[in-house]
Design a protein around this ligand. Structure first.
Ligand code: FMN
Length: 195
């Protein structure tokens, strides 16, 4: 449940939003994000990597968004194919959260071999903001490869929703925690207002 001023959410009414979930422990927070977006009147399209489905079931997102979840480039949930192109054109903003270390690496090198990276690849970032919210253990976050990929992605025009310091599932306190769901919703609203 969104705990801030509900007036913040008016921008979302009737807007197509794509929420892409990858395989990170913070995937559970995306249930709240999708619920808030849906309650604000957004048309929420959820896509999940195969690994993401190990953390949260597609059924949960399907119920919260009231629409089928995109799980594969090869199984169309809508009639009009190719779905990734249609989706990328329809959505006014794309959020990848949690964005795994592996997904950062794939996006930084332009891979498009599963549904999430394919949707991102089909999104014209000059028109549609693509927000990446990385989330991982502090050691993974501080890896030179992660930082190198982030620098590349920022220079390629992706917007990074920076992780915060806090409790991590590995039972340490450190940097790399996914921001809270209200912060993620606010980052979508800010991106929409700016675009
Ligand atoms: C229990 C568990 C928790 C994980 N949590 C994270 C995480 O928080 N962040 C991350 O980048 N990777 C995490 N991983 C590793 C990713 O799931 C793995 O790199 C996977 O290949 C990512 O796939 P995807 O990017 O296609 O979703 C975790 C793995 C396991 C087994």
């Amino acid at each position: 449940m969104y705990q801030r001023d509900p007036a913040n959410l008016t921008t979302l009414n009737g807007v197509d939003v794509c929420v892409c979930v990858t395989g990170g422990i913070a995937a559970y927070k995306m249930c709240s994000v999708v619920s808030t977006l849906a309650q604000a009147g957004a048309v929420v399209h959820v896509a999940m990597t195969e690994e993401a489905t190990r953390f949260v079931t597609p059924l949960t997102f399907e119920a919260l968004a009231a629409r089928a979840v995109h799980l594969s480039a090869w199984s169309s949930v809508d009639r009009s194919d190719p779905q990734h192109v249609r989706l990328a054109k329809a959505c006014r903003v794309v959020l990848v959260a949690p964005c795994s270390m592996d997904m950062l690496s794939r996006l930084a090198t332009g891979r498009a071999d599963e549904i999430v990276s394919l949707i991102v690849a089909a999104t014209d970032r000059t028109k549609t903001p693509v927000l990446l919210a990385p989330s991982m253990n502090e050691t993974m976050w501080k890896q030179p490869a992660t930082q190198r990929n982030l620098a590349q992605l920022m220079s390629d025009g992706f917007q990074i929703v920076a992780p915060v310091e806090g409790w991590q599932a590995c039972r340490t306190v450190g940097d790399g925690r996914l921001p809270e769901s209200d912060d993620l919703v606010d980052s979508i609203v800010t991106a929409l207002n700016r675009a």
